[in-house]
Design a protein around this ligand. Structure first.
Ligand code: ADP
Length: 247
């Protein structure tokens, strides 16, 4: 009868969702393993080279230990990002949005990245603005701003990184613009995927994990907001997120 068919359809639908979730998890585990393997292989190789005699070679020994430290830092960044994602995905995760001034998140993170910008010979500009009151978890919103600033500074060779904030009828927004390499149109929608990188070697060399923008997307989604990017290759990129305003 009608009822029976309805039930069968429902079950099939559930199964395909379970299967899809399973596949996503499998891909994720495979990706994580791959990401862990590269620095681990390198750590082991340099340690063995040192033990095989390079320890006696002062100059090379120092260089190899510096590489070991850099690889360990990479592993640390990866584990930190994985823990952030795990925390965000916990089904019982508490999300407590309160009235929060976007201005404060941006001001703090612009101050935190001032040194990195100076070292990269970039100007970091935050155009002063009135408070923008949004409904948010302060520390998480700061992480969003931090990840966007980190990328803008990491991928920009020369020029300016500019942060702007504002509000419209229902949302508060923040834009981070850079004068970096830009992103091709066909890559744009993919940069928010976990482990997606346009230039793997460059991301790795800069200490990237490939998870920064997926964390951004996740946090903004938890806030009931949206993240987007527009970019012109050779000119620069603008990442924008918006979250609901506080009444
Ligand atoms: P990563 O740790 O590699 O930076 P993200 O998830 O933060 O990982 O970013 C994914 C990819 O998107 C980067 O590897 C890079 O190719 C690209 N990307 C992110 N931000 C920028 C930017 N401001 N300018 C150019 N490319 C960017």
């Amino acid at each position: 009868g009608d009822r029976g068919e309805g039930a069968v359809l429902l079950v099939l639908h559930d199964m395909s969702e379970v299967e899809a979730a399973h596949r996503v998890r499998q891909d994720f585990v495979a990706n994580v393993s791959h990401e862990l393997r590269t620095p681990l292989t390198s750590l082991r190789g340099y340690a063995e080279t040192l033990l095989d005699g390079a320890l006696e070679d002062r100059e090379h020994a120092t260089q190899f230990v510096q590489i070991i430290r850099a690889q360990a830092e990479r592993l640390q960044a990866l584990v930190d990002d994985l823990l952030s994602l795990a925390e965000l995905e916990r089904p019982d995760a508490e999300f407590q949005a309160t009235r929060y001034d976007l201005h404060i998140a941006v001001e703090r993170q612009v101050a935190a990245f001032a040194d990195a910008a100076r070292r990269a010979h970039l100007s970091l500009v935050f155009e002063p603005s009135a408070p923008v009151w949004v409904l948010a978890e302060g520390p998480r919103l700061e992480q969003v701003v931090a990840n966007l600033l980190d990328n803008a500074i990491k991928y920009t060779e020369a020029g300016v990184v500019t942060v702007r904030i504002g509000e419209d009828a229902t949302m508060g927004w923040c834009e981070v613009s850079d004068t970096g390499p830009g992103i091709d149109a066909e890559e744009l929608p993919r940069v928010f995927e976990r482990f997606y990188r346009i230039d793997k070697a460059r991301s790795r060399e800069k200490g990237g994990t490939g998870l920064g923008l997926s964390i951004v997307k996740h946090i903004v989604g938890l806030h009931g907001g949206e993240v987007s990017v527009r970019s012109e290759p050779g000119v620069g990129s603008t990442f924008r997120f918006e979250v609901p305003r506080a009444r």
